[in-house]
Design a protein around this ligand. Structure first.
Ligand code: DX5
Ligand code: ZN
Length: 213
């Protein structure tokens, strides 16, 4: 299991220290939550702060867009050369076109599904995707409780991607901890995002390692 700590739960007064700490602790990606105050009822960080994160991160960035105008934000963040940019299917009229655009910028495209969105909504996009991110909370905030139905959804998506595109990873975001990591692994999840579990833990390296099962 790969682990992408969500910087949303970091101490923004000590951002460089926190980003370096999770990278030194052996995380696999640095998860960056971009919220615009429209798609979700919260506002986070833009290119100035994300480029500061990119400068001190020694692990690849996994940028999660929770915004209304996806194309605008993809163009804004592309120069930072993240490994992945993921966008919500609920907010995109032309997902296939945006996937092609992200790939043409040299970035791996990923799609995010809210807790109510069925995995079948990405069936015809799967062969063009590098990752599907399943939300296990309603997007907008860290520290919420894990929604169990994501396990059924991940199992269905796992069957679908094994058939259509085994290279497409499954990522889960929201309420992940040592309590649910085994069930996530059992249904075929490859990457987990963890914010509060990692950053509130007394030993962040131990927390990261406990998810890398
Ligand atoms: C929620 C964000 C998550 C969040 C995860 O909208 O996408 O990445 O920071 O935080 P925890 O792990 O605390 O649920
Ligand atoms: Zn996220």
């Amino acid at each position: 299991m790969k682990v992408a700590p969500s910087v949303l739960s970091a101490d923004f007064g000590n951002l460089q220290r926190d980003v370096e700490e999770i990278c030194d602790a052996g995380c696999d990606f640095v998860h960056v939550d971009v919220m615009d105050g429209h798609f979700v009822p919260n506002l986070t960080i833009g290119p100035v702060v994300v480029s500061a994160i990119a400068k001190c991160a020694t692990k690849p960035l996994d940028i999660h867009l929770m915004v209304q105008n996806n194309t605008f934000f993809v163009e804004l963040f592309a120069p930072l050369k993240p490994e992945y940019i993921s966008f919500h299917i609920e907010e995109e009229k032309h997902p296939h076109r945006l996937i092609q655009k992200i790939r043409s910028l040299g970035i791996k495209p990923a799609i995010v599904l809210n807790p109510h969105t069925p995995p079948e909504s990405v069936e015809f996009l799967l062969k063009d995707l590098d990752m599907v991110l399943l939300m296990s909370v309603n997007p907008g905030f860290g520290g919420q409780s894990f929604i169990d139905s994501v396990l059924t959804k991940a199992a269905r998506l796992n069957e679908m991607r094994n058939r259509i595109n085994p290279n497409c990873l499954i990522e889960v975001d929201g309420g992940v901890s040592d309590k649910n990591i085994q069930s996530l692994k059992d249904v075929g999840v490859d990457v987990v995002v963890a914010g509060s579990y990692v950053f509130k833990h007394e030993n962040r390296k131990t927390a990261i390692n406990s998810l890398q099962i």
